[in-house]
Design a protein. Structure first.
Length: 168
């Protein structure tokens, strides 16, 4: 399977195959690229499976909105997401000091991922239909996106959390 950032110009989308299960799939034109599922119905732990790796996204504290990411089976996280104030996005802090920025512009409804050089890498475009569908637009090649493809699903996790909190 080719790396995620080589899908520039292709039709990628995140779908929920069944409204009865908390399972979300990132579809490439020819296959399912990644899957994110919640093992328990009310759990904040999400498991992302892609290619031959599995990662877990979880909240280390109910009092903070930061996330941590670890490989399944490991106790320690290798990456984390730190929220910015006012819910405008945040930063993924990756190994070796690498960073990827997530930007959320509420009034414009934009969700985007930016490189360390402030170049847009990925855009999210929500389509409303019978089932919610999120179109993913890969804007340009990124070595970090290829190395950490789970970031796309982690951003979707954040979007789902935001939507759930808005409903309450």
């Amino acid at each position: 399977m080719k790396p995620l950032s080589q899908h520039i110009g292709e039709h990628l989308r995140i779908v929920q195959p069944s409204i009865w299960k908390r399972v979300y799939e990132l579809h490439a034109p020819d296959s399912v690229f990644m899957t994110m599922s919640y093992p328990k119905w009310f759990s904040t732990l999400a498991v992302i499976t892609g290619e031959s790796e599995t990662w877990e996204i979880y909240k280390p504290s109910i009092w903070r909105s930061n996330l941590e990411i670890r490989k399944q089976g490991n106790q320690l996280p290798f990456a984390k997401f730190v929220n910015e104030k006012w819910g405008r996005g945040g930063v993924f802090e990756l190994p070796n000091g690498d960073r990827i920025k997530y930007v959320f512009k509420m009034w414009k409804g934009l969700n985007e991922i930016y490189s360390q050089q402030d170049q847009r890498i990925v855009s999210f475009d929500r389509k409303i239909s019978f089932k919610p569908v999120m179109n993913i637009i890969i804007e340009q090649k990124s070595e970090l996106l290829d190395k950490y493809p789970w970031i796309v699903m982690a951003v979707y996790y954040i979007m789902l959390e935001r939507r759930q909190h808005a409903a309450h």
